[in-house]
Each structure stands twice: as C-alpha cells, then as structure tokens.
Design a protein around this ligand. Structure first.
Ligand SMILES: NC(=O)c1ccc[n+]([C@@H]2O[C@H](COP(=O)([O-])OP(=O)(O)OC[C@H]3O[C@@H](n4cnc5c(N)ncnc54)[C@H](O)[C@@H]3O)[C@@H](O)[C@H]2O)c1
Ligand SMILES: O=C(O)CC[C@@H](O)C(=O)O
Length: 395
C-alpha cells in the first residue's frame, strides 16, 4: 500500500508497544513526527497550545483525564476524543493505598532518617531504636476515608479501604448506576464535599479537572479534622495549593499526598509528592494502549464510537461495503437533509443509525453503492455538518 493510503497515527507520548502493534503496518504509519496525521495518540501531552492539523479525524487519550485536550474545539470540528475508562484505575487505587500508608506511618521521613545514618557507625542498632519514636504513626483500620468522585478509581479505592477495615464516606453527585452497583454497601453517602471533609481522617480526590472541580478543595479545608491527610491523585488544579500550604502550616493537615509536584510542594516536610505515577504500571499502560488503539481503529475504519468523551456511543454492524460517517450539529432536519442529498445522487440507504450527545449528533449511513466525491462535498456543504468521512470496506 502506498504511504498516503496508509492511515497516519501521530504518537506524542510513550504508548505501550502492546497497543501500537495493533496498528498493522499494511494499513497504518505510526510515528512521532508524521505530517498530516489522521489521528493523534497521547497520554499527558498538552494539546491546548498545539496546532492540531485539519487532517486529524480522531484523538486517542491512553488514560482517563482529557483536560490536556481541547475537547470543545474538537467537537466543533467533528473530531471525537477517546479515552480509556477504568484502564488504569487499579494502578491508581494501589498508589492511593501506598500514599495513605506512607502518610499514616511517616514512611518518607523514616526512610530519610535511615538514609542519614552513617553506615560505618559503631552502634547502628541503638541509633535506630532511639530514632524510631519520631516516626510512630497510626493504622488505617478504624479510621475514616472520605472519597470525592466515585468513578472508576474512587469505587476501587472505596472497596479496598473497606477491606482494610476503614470507614468510608463517598460523594459523587453524578454517580453512574454501574458505579453505585459496584460500591460496597458499607460506603456511607455524603451529600457534599464539606460533609466528606468534616467526617474524614483521610480524604482522597478522584474527580476530573473541569471548571466545576477547579479548586474543589480550597478554603473549605478549614472544615477538615485537625491532623487529617489529603490525597490528590486527580489533577493539580482540583486543589487550591495556597489553601493546602496554609492548612499544613496550621497542622490542620498533617500531610498532603499528591501526584503533582511543584516548587512550593517539593521538599516540604509534610508533603509527599510523586511524579505523576498513578498510571505508571506495566499493566495500566498496556490496558490503556490496547483499549485506545482498538477504539481508534474501529472509528477510523468503521466509524464506530466507543468511549469518546464528546461523541455518543455508536455501533452498527457492516451490512454494506459503502459507509458514510457524519458528525453534525444536534438541530432539526439534519437527517432529512442528509438523506435528501444522498437520494439526489441516486444512493439507496441500506441502514443507518443516528445518536446525539449534547449539542452534537453522529450518523452512520450504509448505502448500497459506491459514494463519489460530489456526494461527500454536498454533504459537507450542509449547514451544521461538522465532518464527513467515507469508509468503504474492502473485505
Ligand atoms: N494520577 C494519575 O496518573 C491518574 C490516573 C487516572 C486518572 N487520574 C485522574 O483522576 C480522574 C478520575 O479518574 P476515573 O478513572 O475515576 O474517572 P471517572 O470518570 O471514572 O470518575 C470520575 C468521577 O468523578 C465524578 N465527579 C465529577 N464531578 C464531581 C464533583 N464535583 N464532585 C464529586 N464527584 C464528581 C463523576 O461523576 C465520576 O463518577 C481523571 O479524570 C484523571 O484526571 C489521574
Ligand atoms: O498517562 C499517564 O501516565 C497519566 C494518566 C492519568 O493522568 C489519567 O488521567 O489517566
């Protein structure tokens, strides 16, 4: 196949080879520096400042958060943004448990103490026994964990905390039915973030960064129990850093555990800052890469949509070799105009599906004969049409 006939996938972060090898060389070119890419694959690369070429038809995020991608702009261009719900949730859960244990047992300070001991000293045992009292901690069992955000990560953390003997309070105003089913019955429902903060010894945040969650924990830190621990494995902007620093100084917060280092946090003795490690396990990287690549391929080759954050879920079995995929504004008479245009060119619609999500809608149309450029141009010219792709299937 000629190079331009292959679909080009621009890869902007380290994506597991297990996923990338699902893009077969006879149909795809994959690389870090490809002109006119058809799709972009990322993890945390910030696309806000980047010129996303008009050739891009889909963006795949191997992970959960999509705040590094200009999603509304892509929606206006009729470009879906895919993510991988749950693909890295277990990895994050395990790091949250590690974070709670590191804070509860003063492990970073204890390690620094051991590191400071002169290995050649005569009485190491005595120095250890004398020194250890500075690091006495507390056990998780019997303490209360508050969880804000009961999605893929929050639910797993709740389950693990219950199994460790903790009491758990959870808050999520938009919890899904599936998540609610998965939640252990012992989790108590909190009706606000403040209620979680008031009743918890440990508070962990698992919400996406959107306008509504920016600074979700800030001034309200003064509602937290004295000596509580705050964990942020969500995003930097979900907490107000100045409020955290103040609460650490007053000892309202004993520790702040986060995945987002910064100048005021690094080397702070009450802060445990990790280098955005939540999803960095072999298993999570493989899960996310495989999921996102499969979703991208299904969209690029068949127009089907699974796990896009801005498009409806759409699937339709292939019953014809000639498929057109159309993203359009969710306004009256779009389907009428699409079918009239196709009829004008003598195309018979074999099967179609149309679904909407918010202000946009997505339509897959299978027709009985090949579709020429003139039809596609006429479809593109319909007011409200955002993108049109022709997806012939060569069996
Ligand atoms: N540190 C890391 O490496 C890492 C890894 C995975 C995810 N994350 C971050 O964690 C976030 C959550 O991940 P997830 O996989 O659980 O996502 P998810 O979409 O499954 O869950 C997010 C939950 O937050 C809830 N929510 C939204 N706004 C809320 C609010 N104001 N108050 C309470 N709940 C609210 C949603 O209803 C949803 O249930 C991601 O968006 C990402 O930013 C970080
Ligand atoms: O890719 C990563 O390493 C981090 C991913 C994480 O922040 C997410 O939102 O899924």
């Amino acid at each position: 196949m000629g190079d331009r006939q292959r679909l080009r996938v621009l890869v902007l972060n380290q994506i597991s080879a297990l996923g990338l090898k699902r893009l077969p060389g006879d149909g795809y070119s994959v690389g870090k520096d490809l002109p006119e890419p058809d799709a972009v694959l990322v993890r945390s690369a910030d696309l806000h400042g980047m010129e996303i070429p008009p050739s891009v038809k889909a963006i795949g995020r191997a992970g959960a958060g999509t705040n590094n991608i200009p999603v509304p702009l892509m929606t206006r261009r009729g470009v879906p943004v895919f993510n991988t719900p749950g693909g890295n949730a277990n990895a994050v859960k395990e790091l949250v448990l590690a974070g709670m244990l590191m804070a509860a047992r003063n492990l970073p300070a204890a390690l620094r103490f051991v590191d400071s001991l002169d290995p050649t000293m005569a009485d190491m045992d005595r120095a250890v026994e004398d020194g250890k009292k500075a690091f006495a901690g507390l056990e998780l069992a019997g303490h209360t964990l508050g969880i804000v955000g009961l999605g893929k990560v929050g639910c797993l953390v709740a389950d693990a905390a219950i199994k460790l003997g903790m009491h758990v309070f959870g808050h999520d105003p938009e919890i899904t039915v599936d998540a609610a089913w998965n939640l252990p019955a012992q989790v108590k429902k909190a009706t606000s973030v403040t209620e979680v903060l008031r009743h918890s010894d440990f508070v962990t945040l698992h919400v996406p960064l959107v306008e509504a969650t920016r600074g979700l924990v800030g001034k309200n830190i003064d509602q937290m129990r004295m000596g509580a621990v705050l964990l942020n494995f969500a995003r930097e902007g979900v907490v107000d850093e100045a409020a955290v620093l103040e609460a650490l100084a007053s000892r309202r917060l004993a520790s702040y555990v986060c995945d987002f280092p910064g100048p005021a946090l690094n080397r702070h003795e009450q802060v445990i800052a990790l280098p955005h490690l939540g999803a960095s396990t072999r298993e999570a990287e493989e899960n996310c890469a495989v999921m996102v690549v499969d979703q991208l391929r299904d969209y690029l080759e068949h127009g089907q949509v699974a796990n896009a954050v801005n498009f409806p879920q759409v699937s339709m079995a292939r019953e014809s070799a000639y498929r057109v995929a159309i993203a359009n504004a969710n306004v009256p008479n779009m389907l009428g105009q699409i079918s009239t245009t196709m009829a004008k060119f003598g195309l018979n619609i074999h099967n179609m599906v149309n679904k909407s999500r918010g202000e946009m809608a997505y339509t897959l149309v299978d027709v009985d004969s090949a579709v020429g450029d003139a039809v596609l141009d006429s479809l593109r010219a319909i007011d409200g049409v955002l993108s049109v792709r022709y997806l012939p299937h060569h069996a």
